[in-house]
Design a protein around this ligand. Sequence first.
Ligand code: DON
Length: 312
Amino acid sequence: MNKTISVSQIKEAAQEAYEQFKDNTGGKNADYIPYLANIDKNLFGISICLLDGKIITLGDSSYRFGIESVSKVHTAILALRQYGAEKVLKMIGADATGLPFNSIMAILLENDHPSTPLVNAGAITACSMVQPVGNSDKKWEAIVSNITDLCGSAPQLIDELYKSETATNFNNRSIAWLLKNYNRIYDDPDMSLDLYTRQCSLGITAEQLSIAAATVANNGVNPVTKKPVFDASLSPKITSLVATVGFYERTGDWLYTSGIPAKTGVGGGVMGIMPGHFGISAFAPPLDSSGNSVKAQLAIKYIMNKLGISIF
Ligand code: DON
């Protein structure tokens, strides 16, 4: 895990991955959210942020896409900052579900427990926990400011995506109210769901996500702004959450083949945390059947295998 790798090795691996996969036509855009269905399917970007703040970018790394489920990591971090590791474990949990991201069955099987902040149920619970409880505007400010700290620059709401998600989030509405039924929501359910939907609709770039991932890999200090964002003791907690459920029901296959804890979103983004080395993000809209970007997975796996490093 402590193998030394040079900047030029990382650049070369990233360049090769970009060239090799840029014309790949596998997968298709998420179609259950109308906005995402219409995004240019040829967009492809890779960004790697090293722990000294150097950034290596390729392709569409500054295109703003919907952060979607990758935002679950950011708000889990906010809950950890505001409540501490022990309370987050008690109030949400840290278990893999082994089921799709929006599973209702997972809530029933886990005996009233949302399991982890990185699936929809736990992420809606995390939004309900954000302080100050009861104040939607201030909660939203806290969510955005936390993402800004992690990325070193602000995300921007994609209004059309927010409208598109809000008009179609029937399954998530059921989740929010089922959580209420089990006393697993700690603020108004509709407000918590709205915050979750809004955070998923934030526009972010691969470059920003690589900086956020590098902040986790760098024990809570943003390597670009040098700002301490969270306590170093939280880094292994965050990485373990991402490792256990970052690819939902495909997480085991992902870790086995890539060696890097990473989180996906249906906007086509993937954010990977390589402690002690770097944060990486790749973005390409077409997804596999579990909602994970085909090209982003191929690129990150290629880079990890080429560099010969792994979290294990
Ligand atoms: O909850 C939803 O349906 C979306 N807004 C986010 C889902 C998502 O990104 C799942 N990840 N792959």
